[in-house]
Design a protein around this ligand. Sequence first.
Ligand SMILES: [Zn+2]
Length: 172
Amino acid sequence: MNAMVSRLVHDLEAGEIRDGDRRYLIMRPDVLMGTLKGLDDMTRGRVLSSLANSAALHGGRSVQAYGQTAPGRALLEIMCDASAGLGWGRWYIEESAEELKLTVHNSPFAWGYGACTHTVCAPIVGIFRAVATQFFGTPAVVEELECAAMTSQLACHFVASRKGGTLPGNPQ
Ligand SMILES: [Zn+2]
């Protein structure tokens, strides 16, 4: 069974779902993403950016907890497993010395938003920023290059690189 799914506890008395002391929420993606639909372009962009920052901060605590017991490639495997288990789409991560490339099939955020002309998967951007920061051991930046909401494809593509773009031991 998926490791994340097997860890989730449905506490019906308390009315909550937890992985250890981390609480999760099951929510329809169209409810979450629909809140962005009625906003003007500038406001929507700011909300998406804030959503990414919140995911990096709060979701980043889960990433740090995983990273302490499973560094490097093991962390990437855990994140792919956890994302599938939490309904965040099917993740595939390629690593190189300079960057991480993430392909997400079936993003719930693209699905929840529907066809549009901009990227919408800000929560994945934020979590992936936390993953890359943990993986590289230095602050990272993430960009969603292509979103399934913008194309007829099923996949979204993200790239993470070190902030400033320099390699350790190679200051500029
Ligand atoms: Zn997307």
